[in-house]
Design a protein around this ligand. Structure first.
Ligand SMILES: [Zn+2]
Length: 77
């Protein structure tokens, strides 16, 4: 792969068994539910659809900012 992706280690899959969302333990992911998976070291973190949409929306905003290729305030100090 010549071009590196910033979002290569994420995907969507279906829960093989019921478990809690890893962003909020009050969110229950049932067996068969669609979930977002994000690479976390050697394993994967899984998030429910509601959290997935929040995470993805935030990242779209971040990527949109990054696309401007402007040096952020934090990096100039
Ligand atoms: Zn959740």
């Amino acid at each position: 792969m010549a071009i590196k992706s910033l979002v290569g280690q994420v995907g969507v899959d279906v829960a093989g068994k019921a478990h809690n969302c890893q962003a909020n333990s009050k969110h229950r992911i049932e067996k068969g539910d669609t979930r977002l998976k994000v690479r976390n070291g050697r394993s994967w973190s899984h998030y429910c659809c509601a959290c997935a949409k929040t995470i993805i929306s935030k990242d779209i905003l971040k990527l949109t900012e990054l696309k401007k290729l402007e040096v952020s305030q934090a990096s100039t100090s």
